[in-house]
Design a protein around this ligand. Structure first.
Ligand code: KIV
Length: 279
C-alpha cells in the first residue's frame, strides 16, 4: 500500500451529512466512495465515525446476522428493523436499504409499497437486483425515490445464475450487462452496485455512464467506489471467503482502526488490489 498516494478528499473541515449531490460530486472529482454494510446502531456509529460515505443495510443480514445460507428468506420487516437500528447510530453516511426477495418483483406498485416501508425506517435510497427491473426503477425515481440497481452476481437469484461465480465473462453476457446498466442510468438510477464481474467490464460500465455512481464489490478499482460486507472485512465471517475480500483487522488494533484502514485503502486506491482482489 502506498503511503504517499495523494488522497482526493473533500476540503470540508466540518463533516456534513452525505447527500446524493455530494456522491455525484465525488464521482466527478475522482474521490473514491467508501461503503460498507451495517446492521446495528453500534457498528453504524463506529463506521460513520471512521468516515464511511455510505452504509447499506443489505439483505446479506440473512447470512451474517441470521446465519442462513442465502439472502432469500430475509423479509421486508427484518430489513426495516435493521434500518431503524442503523439509522439510530448513523449521523453522516448516506443510508441505503435492500429491497428483499419477493418484495418488488410483482411490479412497480409492489416496489413502491416496499420502498415506502424502507424509507420510513430511515433509508435514503433503495437497492434492487436484476436487469429486468428497469421500468420499476423509472417508476420509483419518478416518485422521488433514489434507487441503486445491482447487477452482475445478484445473490437473490444465485440459484438461477449457477451459484456465486464471476458474471459477464463472455462477450454476450458482458454486452447484456452493459445494456442493462445503460438502461438503468437512462431510467434514473443514481447508483449501481456491480458484484463479481471482471474489472475491465466494470470500467466500461463506468466510462459509458459517467454520471452513474458505480460501486464495485469484486469488480476492480476503476469505478466510483467500493462496498464490502462488514463481517467479511472485519474477519468475523467463518469459512472460505471470496477472493475480493480483504480482512482489514489482520494488522490488529481496534475495530475503529480496521474501519479507518478500509476507508483509507479505498480512498487511496490500494483496495481492491489489481491482482489479489480482482478478476
Ligand atoms: O446485501 C448486501 O450486503 C449487498 C452487498 C453485498 C452489496 O447487496
Amino acid at each position: 500500500m502506498s503511503t504517499t498516494a495523494t488522497v482526493a478528499m473533500s476540503t470540508d473541515t466540518e463533516r456534513k451529512p452525505v447527500t446524493l449531490h455530494r456522491l455525484r460530486r465525488m464521482l466527478a472529482e475522482g474521490e473514491k466512495i467508501a461503503m460498507l454494510t451495517a446492521y446495528d446502531a453500534s457498528f453504524a456509529r463506529l463506521a460513520d465515525d471512521a468516515g464511511l460515505d455510505c452504509l447499506l443495510v443489505g439483505d446479506s443480514l440473512g447470512m451474517v446476522v441470521q446465519g442462513r445460507t442465502s439472502t432469500v428468506p430475509v423479509t421486508l420487516d427484518e430489513v426495516a428493523y435493521h434500518l431503524r437500528c442503523v439509522a439510530a447510530g448513523n449521523r453522516h453516511a448516506w443510508l441505503l436499504g435492500d429491497l428483499p426477495f419477493g418484495t418488488y418483483e410483482a411490479g412497480p406498485e409492489q416496489a413502491l409499497r416496499s420502498s415506502a416501508v424502507l424509507l420510513q425506517a430511515g433509508a435514503q435510497m433503495v437497492k434492487l437486483e436484476g436487469g429486468w427491473a428497469v421500468e420499476t426503477v423509472r417508476f420509483l425515481v419518478a416518485r422521488g425515490i433514489p434507487v441503486c440497481a445491482h447487477l452482475g452476481l445478484t445473490p437473490q437469484s444465485a440459484n438461477a445464475l449457477g451459484g456465486y461465480r464471476v458474471q459477464g465473462r463472455d462477450a454476450a453476457a458482458a454486452q447484456l450487462l452493459e445494456r442493462s446498466a445503460r438502461e438503468f442510468a437512462e431510467a434514473g438510477a443514481a447508483m449501481l452496485v456491480l458484484e463479481l464481474v471482471p474489472a475491465a467490464l466494470a470500467l466500461r460500465v463506468q466510462v459509458q455512464n459517467p454520471e452513474l455512481v458505480v460501486i464495485g464489490i469484486g469488480a476492480g478499482a476503476d469505478v466510483a467506489g467500493q462496498v464490502l460486507v462488514l463481517h467479511d472485512m472485519l474477519g468475523v465471517t467463518q469459512g472460505k471467503l471470496p477472493r475480493f475480500v480483504r480482512n482489514f483487522m489482520a494488522e490488529g488494533g481496534s475495530i475503529g482502526d480496521g474501519l479507518r484502514r478500509y476507508v483509507q485503502a479505498v480512498k487511496q486506491r490500494s483496495f481492491p488490489d489489481t491482482t489479489l482482489h480482482t478478476y
